[in-house]
Ligand binder design. Structure first.
Ligand code: GLN
Length: 428
């Protein structure tokens, strides 16, 4: 059987293809020369599976889609404090090239507009690096997100440099306010090279999937940036990624996203998928016209809106039963699914209401496939309190979803692999 997913991609591509509205960016002459008919789309799943359709292997410049990734590198290299001191996280509601700096401090509103991205570029690396070494770090970092060595398009770079008066103006303003502490022209040059990095739609989907996969490249398994950095980047993408169209995007599409003036567009849905599209004609906000339509379709066809309220999780407590009698009697509480705070709350509530009177209690995790940190701590606290109440507590944990359980302070727990083992275990 053939997977229906590539057919779906071909179908939506066909649906938006006739739309010839908008125009390629022309303030960078080299971009105006792009073939406006090109259209590609790719999905990269967080386990590395990629589906692609259309012009998916032709390279184009990444432009502003570099911004979230370089922001991630700066956060990873310099820490949150240093970066937040220089670049804010408030949506500006203005065009990407607006000179929007916070009154007083001169801090750019966010890292997704040019002002913030230029400042962010300067923050990558150690702070002591020369501009060339720093640029190398930027390109290597973008390559790590993509999982292959990326290069720049020198003619797009030269073309933008020759017309970058506005970005130079922005950088000089940043220098005036001490947001940049070095030669503004050198930083703009590095930033424009960063924007001239060549990527394909396939690369962009994988880069977005690396964010969706919490910073770990879905194919190589390499950790590119730490988890907390990803959370910060996705948050800023969701509020600022689409510039002055951010509110429309957040309500209609609801996928953290970033667009670039060459016509690329990425979306990254935490834990699920990286999506990329390419079509050079832009709307008045500088976002790809057909890209926006594609994302609107993806979001509604596949229920990908971040604020889509999921069906309530199936009961975390699958069932409870008593095995054995007398001093050997044991209460088995069987849990299931992926347990986070709200699931753990249900379990706690259940065990409080059962108030097991049996001398032995087993928490059966056989059907639990993941348990996050807070849920694990809640579970272990229940173990501790049951111990203090005089119960002998067991975890049935064949897949080790709770490694090295330590209930702390007066708590005791024995780990077994099956309920059978619990039944026959004596004097644990
Ligand atoms: N290099 C472009 C610029 O600085 C990037 C803009 C964009 O993609 N929105 O103007």
């Amino acid at each position: 059987m053939r997977s229906p997913i590539p057919d779906y991609l071909a179908e939506v591509r066909g649906a938006v293809e006739p739309d010839r509205s908008g125009a390629p960016a022309d303030y960078i002459p080299e971009l105006a020369a792009a073939d406006p008919e090109r259209l590609g789309v790719a999905f990269a799943m967080v386990d590395g599976e990629v589906y692609a359709s259309g012009d998916v292997d032709q390279a184009f410049t990444i432009q502003s889609i570099s911004k979230p990734f370089v922001y991630a590198l700066a956060l990873a290299d310099r820490g949150f404090g240093t970066v937040l001191d220089k670049v804010g996280v408030e949506p500006s509601g203005e065009a990407f090239n607006e000179i929007s700096l916070e009154p007083g401090t001169g801090r750019p509103f966010n890292p997704m507009i040019n002002a913030g991205a230029i400042a962010t570029h300067s923050l990558v690396g150690t702070g002591q690096m020369g501009a060339d070494v720093r640029l190398r770090r930027v390109i290597d970092g973008l390559s790590a997100f993509a999982g292959r060595g990326l290069e720049t398009d020198e003619s797009v770079f030269a073309s933008e440099m020759a017309h970058a008066h506005r970005n130079f103006a922005i950088a000089h303003m940043l220098r005036t306010h001490g947001i940049l502490t070095e030669d503004p022209a050198t930083v703009v040059e590095g930033y424009i090279r960063q924007c001239a990095v060549l990527v394909t739609v396939r690369d962009l989907a994988v880069m977005a999937a690396t964010l969706a996969n919490n910073g770990v490249h879905p194919v190589s398994g390499q950790r590119v940036v730490p988890g907390p950095v990803v959370r910060q980047v996705l948050s800023v993408m969701s509020t600022c990624g689409m510039y002055d169209a951010a509110g429309d995007w957040a309500t209609q599409v609801g996928i953290p996203a970033k667009s670039g003036v060459a016509g690329g567009l990425i979306g990254s849905l935490p834990g699920q998928i990286g999506i990329a599209t390419f079509s050079p004609r832009l709307d008045s906000h500088g976002n790809s016209v057909r890209g926006v339509s594609l994302f609107e379709r993806f979001s509604s066809d596949m229920g990908l809106h971040l604020m889509e309220v999921p069906a309530p999780a199936r009961a975390v407590v699958r069932g409870t039963r008593v095995v054995g009698t007398g001093a050997a009697a044991g209460r088995v509480v069987e849990l299931q699914g992926a347990i986070r705070f709200t699931g753990a709350e249900r379990f706690v509530r259940e065990i409080v209401s059962i108030a097991p009177s049996e001398p032995r209690v087993a928490l059966d995790l056989t059907h639990v496939h993941s348990i996050d940190d807070v849920a694990r701590r809640m579970l272990l606290e229940v173990v501790r309190r049951l111990t203090l109440d005089g119960r002998e507590v067991y975890l049935v944990d064949p897949e080790t979803v709770v490694p090295d359980p330590d209930p702390g302070d007066g708590g005791r727990v024995a780990v077994v692999r099956t309920v059978e083992e619990f039944v026959h275990h004596r004097g644990g």
